[in-house]
Design a binder for this molecule. Structure first.
Ligand code: GTR
Length: 346
């Protein structure tokens, strides 16, 4: 798709504007509340202690002698705790940047992670298989959901599964901050599809994340609801996956055009930190044109804050719905080009 097509979409979609508050800080706080209140649910707000125990460790000669570790990570709060694995790949020297990957099961060949290449280029990886946090279904009695709710009935504003996965990721960052070989100045959170939605919400919530990467996140991720012509709608997603969201979001089903907000608010709300919106040309269910139009709408907000276009990176690669090697190469190139060499920032 061309830039002209995206700009034309932006004109015809008639998107709502973000209400301006006295300062960007206030606007951002308003956006944060909006997405917790209306879509994903309120992220639990309790003090959490984190710890990690190395379960397995070895050196990987095939990827620049990077060290691989499997960690048993525990998050603990007054009255509850949950333990799940984090998979770490640590380059020999302190990493130039760290990918925090909220991943589908890593043995699934559709969801590539070229960790050898990543480690050789000096990136650290912290990967979490999302269902180890809590299951991807309407059961709130297992994993982190079970430990948090402890059989309590979920209220209309309480977190759904996306918010719980995101909450866990913010706590993983607490732990990563204790590891000397990890670079926490440049943390890039990455997720694909439902986990792209999760990555976006995590990036909105946690200001320690320097780059938030949405890979084919689609409906209720980077895609817009206003002017929807193709792909998944709120009606479909809340019917098939109601447990990803809070109850409030279900009320927007078939009322998209009346909404006073849309998903570009989420992308914009991450400013002044960076965002990357990746799409796949044949991924019509996620609606690549809509994802890129949202990125363009958010760029307008970034521009008002004096941030250059490149603060929202993007690509549309050929092919279908997947987190492909080509996507990872784009992410590494982007970080190297815009975030590592301070003279080139901008
Ligand atoms: C689909 C869902 C999408 C997307 C996708 C995925 O079935 O409708 O919103 O999240 O799953 O996660 O692969």
């Amino acid at each position: 798709m061309t830039k002209e097509e995206i700009l034309r979409e932006l004109q015809i979609r008639n998107l709502p504007n973000i209400p301006e508050k006295a300062s960007w800080q206030e606007t951002r706080a308003w956006i944060l509340s909006l997405f917790q209140q209306e879509e994903y649910g309120w992220m639990p707000d309790v003090p959490v202690e984190v710890s990690g125990q190395i379960l397995a460790e070895d050196e990987r000669p095939a990827c620049g002698n990077a060290v691989y570790q499997k960690i048993a990570f525990t998050m603990r709060w007054a009255g509850g705790e949950h333990t799940f694995p984090i998979y770490l790949v640590l380059p020999k020297e302190k990493a130039k940047a760290t990918f925090l990957h909220i991943a589908f099961p890593l043995h699934d060949p559709v969801h590539t992670m070229p960790y050898e290449e990543m480690a050789e280029r000096g990136f650290a990886i912290a990967a979490v298989e999302y269902v180890d946090i809590t299951s991807d279904d309407g059961d709130f009695d297992n994993g982190l959901a079970g430990a948090w709710y402890q059989g309590r009935q979920r209220g209309p504003e309480d977190p759904g599964k996306i918010a719980l996965w995101a909450w866990a990721l913010t706590k993983v960052i607490d732990y990563l901050e204790t590891l000397p070989l990890i670079n926490t100045e440049i943390i890039a959170v990455v997720g694909h599809s439902r986990l792209g939605k999760t990555a976006l919400f995590t990036g909105l919530m946690d200001e320690r994340i320097a780059l938030t990467i949405s890979n084919d996140s689609g409906c209720s991720g980077a895609s817009l609801n206003h002017g929807k012509q193709v792909g998944e709608t709120i009606e479909v997603i809340t019917r098939v996956f109601p447990y990803w969201f809070n109850e409030k979001y279900l009320s927007y089903s078939n009322h998209e055009e009346e909404m006073t907000w849309d998903q570009h608010f989420l992308l914009a709300g991450i400013a002044p930190r960076r965002v990357y919106v990746a799409s796949a040309a044949e991924d019509s269910w996620a609606d690549p044109l809509s994802e890129q139009t949202a990125a363009e709408a958010a760029r307008e907000v970034f521009a008002k804050l004096g941030l250059p276009r490149s603060f929202i990176g993007s690509h549309v690669r050929p092919g279908g719905h997947a987190l492909a090697r080509q996507d990872w190469l784009h992410y590494m190139d982007y970080i190297e080009k815009y975030m590592l060499d301070s003279e080139k920032r901008g």
